[in-house]
Design a protein around this ligand. Structure first.
Ligand code: FBP
Length: 553
């Protein structure tokens, strides 16, 4: 494999561990905290997880290691969408495992959770793993979105673990994948398999967070990558002065990515889905809100601008979210097959017309046909509409164009409106991890092994105090059931990890809200540029504005 100069240089980078994990394996002890409870639906979650519910939170400290020596054979799985830093989680896990006992073995199950079921694996050694240190991507073993949820699958997983003498599985994933990790941990415990399960919080979306998980890994690098690109577009817009750029950014339901990019780049418009829902904004009101900025800037001679659209925003428009909910129910279970078998769009349209309420049908009918069809594209294995496939940036620019035409006809707007569209998602998911993500991920993996070594199962690897220098980070573990509640998914009630949406009372949103009126009319763009790896700490090791504002530093 031909190496780039940066890749060679990044191999040399030494990720920073939390201070308490720096003194060597022999000097890491456990401090147990309080017993935990799920965030809601306590009785139901407790009944579903009798063996793993209510366990204590733990932190690691400097002190004599009291874990029972045992040969560990660990299997690791990368699950779901790629996020920068995943390779370093595997590296941290491997290094801790080998530092504890050279005889320990790390299996990597390929292509996501299905690798465990198919017994498709590789065994890591120094030579192989060293090619992936501090690099982006999940190509070290691949990833996938298979859901581990049936008793049959669990039985197969238990067999595979038994065959290889596996003592623990580490699942690196987002909210759905860590839900799977908790369910698998419960099954393994209930069936006395002796196999532990540990989760690690991954997702660029930033929606796997709560009072314990300050940030999921990958958010830092992905938002820095998108912010660089948005800053470049802003500079282009300000140079050419002839286009409005509609930039959709990934993030699924939550707007954390959009908001962080807005804090970094100060665009003219950034929609925040959670606010759209709170204010019950209609599609037409959102289009008017954007058109107001276009008109005001045009009146000041600026027929250009930049609008950031979070990818999940349409789900938060009340009329649209009812529509999506009805579509999910309409296609639940076997009904999806019947729908997909219909030969023409006209047949499908008739099926939809029969299945939707008149109110939802009215919303559906006003959408451009391209968007209508996007709503019926295949959904992911967790039953979610694949919001990344809905071209909301085009939907809104089309609606703004229509609004401006009306305003022109009424004589209130005289400007020019020419729109360009962008979707930033895949561009950022496999970027070289920032120093923050390199350090954080390595620590999560290292820490995951310490949880295994101390016999914990059904826990999430937790590293906190993240806006301080890495030496002051706090490493430990939290029972996954603590983050769970019951939600309706794919037509059924399921125990799942609660998704964290943008808090409208939180400091990041409040800061944005306090500045956006000025940004909408004036040109206040900021250009963050590329991720810096080498140079002063305050340039190279800073994390996101979101985390800094949340921790008020
Ligand atoms: P995870 O939740 O698995 O981390 O994936 C996040 C994400 O990148 C979303 O932002 C996006 O909507 C989705 O994955 C795209 O999925 P896919 O990679 O299957 O196209």
């Amino acid at each position: 494999m031909e190496l780039s100069s940066l890749q060679k240089a990044r191999y040399q980078y030494n990720p920073k561990l939390p201070g308490m994990l720096r003194n060597g394996i022999a000097e890491i002890c456990v401090k147990e905290g309080l017993e935990t409870q799920s965030v809601a639906d306590q009785e139901k979650i407790k009944a579903l997880f009798p063996n793993t519910y209510g366990k204590k939170e733990i932190t690691f400290e400097k002190g004599a290691n009291t874990s029972t020596p045992k040969k560990q054979v660990v299997g690791v799985i990368l699950s779901g969408g790629q996020a920068p830093g995943g390779h370093n989680v595997v590296c941290g896990l491997y290094d801790a495992l080998k530092a504890t006992n050279k005889e320990n073995v790390l299996y990597g199950f390929k292509k996501g959770p299905s690798g465990l079921l198919d017994d498709d694996y590789l065994i890591f050694d120094d030579e192989y793993i060293n090619q992936f240190r501090n690099t982006g991507g999940f190509d070290i073993i691949g990833s996938g979105r298979t859901k581990l949820e049936t008793k049959e699958q669990f039985a197969v997983a238990a067999e595979v673990c038994k065959k290889h003498g596996i003592t623990a599985i580490v699942i690196i994933g987002g909210d759905d994948s860590n839900t799977n990790a908790a369910v698998l941990a419960e099954y393994f415990a209930a069936n006395n398999t002796g196999v532990q399960v540990i989760g690690c919080p991954k997702t660029i979306d930033g929606d796997l967070k709560n009072e314990d998980i300050e940030i999921s890994f990958g958010f830092d690098t992905a938002t820095k990558t998108y912010s660089e690109l948005i800053g470049n577009i802003e500079r282009d817009a300000n140079s050419a002065k002839k286009y409005w750029h509609f930039v959709k950014v990934m993030g699924r339901s939550a707007s954390h990515v959009a908001l962080e990019c807005a804090l970094e780049t100060q665009p003219n418009i950034c929609l925040v889905s959670e606010e759209v829902a709170a204010k019950k904004m209609s599609l037409s009101e959102i289009a008017d809100y954007i058109a107001d900025s276009v008109e005001a800037r045009s009146n000041n001679g600026m027929n250009f601008g930049v609008a950031i659209i979070p990818e999940g925003v349409v789900e938060f428009v009340p009329e649209f979210s009812v529509l999506i909910h009805e579509i999910n129910e309409l296609l639940a279970g076997a009904k999806a097959e019947a729908f997909n078998a219909l030969p023409t769009w006209a047949d499908k349209y008739a099926f939809i017309e029969k299945g939707l309420t008149p109110e939802s049908m009215a919303v559906f009918a006003i959408l451009p046909q391209g968007i209508q069809q996007q709503l019926f594209l295949e959904r992911d294995p967790h039953g979610n509409v694949q919001v990344s496939l809905i071209e909301s940036e085009k939907l809104f620019s089309e609606m703004v164009k229509n609004k401006l035409a009306e305003r022109k006809a009424a004589g209130t707007y005289k400007g020019k409106f020419s729109a360009l569209h962008h979707f930033f998602g895949y561009e950022g998911r496999c970027a070289f991890p920032s120093n923050f993500d390199s350090d954080y991920c390595y620590s999560l993996g290292y820490n995951a092994f310490m949880l295994i070594q101390y016999g914990y199962t059904g826990y999430l690897s937790k590293v906190s105090n993240l806006s301080a220098p890495a030496a002051q980070w706090v490493a430990g573990g939290m029972p996954i059931t603590k983050m769970m509640n019951i939600e309706r998914r794919h037509g059924e009630d399921k125990p799942v990890i609660r998704k964290a949406l943008v808090e409208l009372e939180g400091n990041p949103f409040k800061y944005f809200a306090a500045h956006r009126e000025q940004w909408a009319v004036e040109t206040c763009y900021t250009y963050p540029g590329a991720i810096q790896y080498y140079g002063p700490t305050e340039v190279c090791d800073i994390t996101t504005k979101t985390l800094a504002l949340e921790q008020a530093k």
